[in-house]
Write a protein that binds this ligand. Structure first.
Ligand code: SF4
Length: 400
């Protein structure tokens, strides 16, 4: 039996945050009639996509170990969105006993009624996008919540019966001075979540921040220099370790037993099916090949593709092809090795030293150890804190 994780993208947001590079449509951009119909009809296309993919890649009956509703803002979707999809997944696959089922929640939409409904539907993990507790930082980032919304959402999550709660924090938002960041970190700790994700701000093309970064500031607030971001990350790692959180991946920290199974599956190169526009899949095919696929980041194109039962063809040989906005790639042996190296090194357990020597050569490992970027940990090689902070460069240098 195949093992699988499922990611479901909810591509709608109340408004667009200034740093966000995820595919989502602000509700104000949806046309009043067609727009709301799109939102309401969207689950039908996800269900059709499940049917198409299950048939094409013989996935029916697979055991699903985790389901993740991400976005966008899943918490603005009605409860029927979640129940319809969970039921359809249950009809086509076997949802494993105790499977981890996560929904991302934006603080302003984390009301008790919604969260209780999600709990009743079988969702057992919430990821709340706090990002910062500072009113000025949140405003500059284009977030529409305030710190009270975060406290209310976390409180409502507990009242609804959730034990497995994750909070997201962004490191290095404009205006986030060291004192403000320290306060953000302490505020998160005060809520005692089981899991914390902390992402260092990266200004991506296509975001509002990217457009205005050249000016060096946004509405009079300076962007945070990279060396400060690195310093904040180090402060956070220390604080979280003191408070019983283990860093199990570059950006993820958990109390014992609360590591995200869905994310661990990504880093361990387990199979997953991504549904919705911009969602990615990684599938191990029956012919032994491995396929990566990313859906078009365009809702209209996505709906057209699914309606026509067109979602792309893969090349017989290895390589990338683009089909109606969908990218499909059959991995080469070299791709597989590179993925194994950099995905394993992202995790705190790293990669078996002997295996890494076979894949990348002992010489480069010794060099990284000497330079202080890697270290031995029992039989494995892991990144040091210095290595984590320069991980992109390390990965680029070590990949074959
Ligand atoms: S960060 Fe989240 S809430 Fe903000 S636009 Fe992106 S997906 Fe939407």
């Amino acid at each position: 039996m195949k093992e699988l994780s499922i990611y479901i993208h909810a591509p709608f947001c109340k408004s667009k945050c200034n740093y966000c590079s995820f595919y989502s449509i602000p509700l104000s951009k949806l046309k009043p009639v067609n727009g709301w119909a799109e939102l309401e009809q969207y689950p039908e296309f996800l269900i059709k996509e499940i049917n198409l993919e299950a048939e094409k890649y013989s996935l029916g009956g697979s055991r699903v170990n985790s389901i993740y509703f991400g976005g966008g803002t899943p918490s603005i979707m009605p409860a029927g969105f979640f129940s319809g999809l969970i039921n359809h997944i249950r009809e086509n696959f076997e949802i494993a006993e105790g499977a981890e089922i996560t929904a991302e929640i934006n603080p302003e939409s984390g009301n008790l009624e919604k969260l209780s409904a999600l709990k009743t539907l079988g969702i057992n993990r919430l990821s709340i996008g706090a990002q910062s507790f500072d009113v000025g930082v949140l405003k500059t980032a284009g977030r529409i919540h305030n710190k009270n919304d975060i406290y209310n959402a976390a409180d409502n999550a507990k009242k609804a019966g959730f034990k497995n709660i994750s909070l997201d924090l962004i490191i290095g938002l404009p205006g986030q001075t060291k004192d403000i960041f320290y306060n953000d970190a302490k505020s998160i700790l005060g809520l005692e979540p089981a899991h914390i994700s902390a992402y260092m701000l990266s200004v991506e093309k296509g975001t509002k921040f990217y457009e205005i970064r050249k000016k060096g500031e946004i509405n009079g607030t300076a962007f945070t220099p990279e060396e400060y971001i690195a310093e904040y990350y180090e402060i956070l790692c220390g604080l979280l370790a003191e408070n019983g959180y283990k860093r199990y991946e570059i950006s993820n920290f958990a109390k014992n037993g609360y590591e995200s199974r869905h994310n661990l599956n990504y880093w361990k190169r387990g199979g997953y099916l991504g549904l919705g526009p911009s969602a990615s899949s990684f599938l191990k095919l029956e012919n032994g090949k491995e396929l990566r696929k990313t859906n078009t980041a365009d809702l209209e194109k996505y709906i057209r593709n699914i309606s026509k039962k067109f979602y792309g063809r893969e090349n017989d040989n290895s390589g990338v092809i683009q089909n109606n906005g969908n990218f499909i790639e059959i991995l080469t042996e070299k791709d597989k090795i590179n993925e194994e190296i950099f995905l394993s090194l992202r995790t705190a357990s790293g990669i078996n030293a002997k295996r890494l020597s076979e894949l990348a050569g002992r010489e480069i490992i010794d060099k990284f150890i000497k330079e202080g970027f890697m270290q031995n940990s029992k039989e494995n090689i892991i990144l040091t804190l210095k290595g984590v902070l320069l991980s992109s460069e390390i990965f680029a240098r070590i990949m074959i």
